[in-house]
Design a protein around this ligand. Structure first.
Ligand code: GDP
Ligand code: MG
Length: 472
């Protein structure tokens, strides 16, 4: 899973923490009765808490994955595919992938990924597992992920292996580090933690480490097992009655049963649910892919409109310089542009709504000080250019064009962010959301090089007979 670092993620992070706290409290509440604890935690684990990987939504929502949630999700993917076809895109691979993903929903074998840091014993665990009766009787696909936390780690291979797994065995060979815990607590899958290399620990250390790990991961999993997948040979010294000392090398036996027991429990109780979860997340990724494809198409249609409108606004303000900032703000936000872009993104705004949104956007540009900041920035770039002296009103023209562009790009982001398939017939107009995006887009376009390039273009557009000049 990739996590973007932005405000919504922070919200997601808090929600996740709250979720784990909830689980944690609950398991403490029933801790007096071992059986109840087990069942309680299983029941919660069986339902999957799903946090909307929000870019748009700020509120995290727990969703239980069952057959009907999967159906709803795959219906959304189908709608996206249909929409792709309607808008002239190619939806074939999305449809094929959806069919393939859904076929997995009633897959009869389980996929298990063994993961963990380098040299903790992942390969050894995989080597030890098939030898046990349970595993050999179980249709099980075992995969070892590349080692986690390596400097030049194979991140995409790791996440691919993990995404396909119904269940993850997280191997460690001592107390969990903070990094290990952070990693495993973010996994979407059910996790069994395997404390390997038991033979290297004294009996006292074994208990302490084991209990530490159990406590640490209590909010994520109740499955922690202690194993020795490939115990090191030990030297044994025997002294015979006659006093002779005989040394020999002994191979302690592999201890993997706690892990197979754990796998047996988890798979018996929730194997089908785990397969359903894997399928759900796969379909969810397809939804993202389809949405990105669709937004790509829409972007290609929206950009030329924005370009066209920005120079129209620029030329008007250039020909007829606006005396006040608020007029400039008004000139930059054009109701028709809003209506046109909303139509491309299938959230058609009426002209009335376009007008009221336009005046709200104009107010926002002023309130956030964006008109002033961009006028000044453009003015100071132009000052270094001789053309300025022959062209009064150029600052205003350029600013109107620039602000029109910023508003247009923000609208694109705004619409792209909405759920592709409108759940309500009415268009969604959320001024706060727009304001947040506006500031982000403004920031991104405020870099000197971006502005300089824009000004260069603007000179050619607004004063076509001006000789191209270097703007520094
Ligand atoms: N003492 C001991 N050594 C182990 C055990 N399991 C694995 N090892 C050793 O740890 C090293 C790394 O094991 P490997 O399975 O290759 O780890 P991986 O890098 O996580 O796949 C090897 O030298 C193994 O022999 C164990 O249970 N006890
Ligand atoms: Mg290995």
């Amino acid at each position: 899973m990739s996590l973007q670092i932005q405000k919504p993620i922070l919200v997601g992070g808090l929600a996740v923490t709250a979720g784990f706290l909830g689980l944690d409290l609950l398991s403490h509440a029933v801790a007096s009765n071992g059986n109840v604890l087990m069942l309680g935690t299983m029941a919660i684990g069986g339902g999957y808490w799903l946090w909307s990987k929000n870019r748009g939504a700020a509120v995290a929502q727990p969703v239980k994955i069952d057959a009907s949630t999967l159906t709803r999700l795959s219906d959304q993917v189908k709608l996206i595919a249909d929409q792709l076809t309607i808008e002239g895109g190619n939806s074939e691979s999305l449809r094929q992938s959806l069919i393939q993903a859904l076929q997995q929903a009633d897959r009869q074998h389980y996929r298990l990924a063994v993961t963990g840091a380098a040299r903790v014993g992942k390969t050894s665990v995989i080597a030890a597992l098939p030898a046990t009766d349970f595993i050999s009787a179980q249709p099980l696909e075992l995969t070892e992920t590349p080692a986690l936390f390596e400097v030049d780690g194979a991140d995409s291979q790791i996440s691919q292996a993990l995404q396909q797994a119904d269940l993850v065995v997280f191997v460690t060979n001592g107390d969990l580090t903070a990094t290990e815990f952070a990693y495993l607590s973010k996994l979407q899958q059910r996790v069994v933690v395997a404390l390997n290399k038991q033979d290297q620990l004294s009996p006292v250390d074994r208990d302490t480490v084991y209990q530490n790990i159990q406590r640490t991961v209590a909010g994520c999993t109740n499955q922690v097992v202690a194993i020795a997948a490939k115990p090191a040979p030990i030297k044994v010294r025997a002294i015979s009655a006659s006093g002779d000392v005989q040394e020999s090398i002994e191979q302690p036996s592999i201890e993997i049963t706690p892990l197979t027991n754990s796998l047996r429990t988890v798979l018996a109780e929730s194997g089908a649910q785990l397969v359903l979860n894997t399928t759900y997340w796969e379909v969810d990724r397809l939804k993202d892919t389809g949405k990105a494809q669709l937004n790509e198409l829409r972007r290609a249609r929206a950009l030329p409109i924005i370009e066209q409108r920005q120079w129209i606004a620029g030329a008007a303000a250039f020909a007829n310089p606006l005396p006040a900032l608020d007029l400039l703000a008004t000139a930059a936000v054009n109701a028709q542009t809003i209506v046109d872009l909303s139509a491309i993104y299938q959230r058609p705004f009426s002209i009335e709504l376009g007008q009221s949104a336009a005046s709200a956007m104009g107010g926002l540009l002023l309130k956030l000080g964006l008109v002033e900041v961009s006028t000044q920035a453009i003015g100071s770039i132009l000052k270094t250019n001789a053309v300025t002296y022959v062209a009064g009103g150029l600052v205003q023209g350029m600013s109107a064009a620039y602000l029109t562009r910023i508003v247009g790009l923000t609208l694109m982001e705004y619409f792209a962010d909405l759920d592709i398939v409108a759940t309500q017939p009415n268009p969604v107009w959320n001024p706060e959301r727009f304001g947040t995006l506006l500031q982000q887009v403004f920031q991104a376009n405020q870099r000197l090089t971006v502005l300089q390039e824009f000004v260069q273009q603007g000179i050619q557009r607004l004063i076509p007979d001006a000789k191209p000049q270097q703007v520094s």
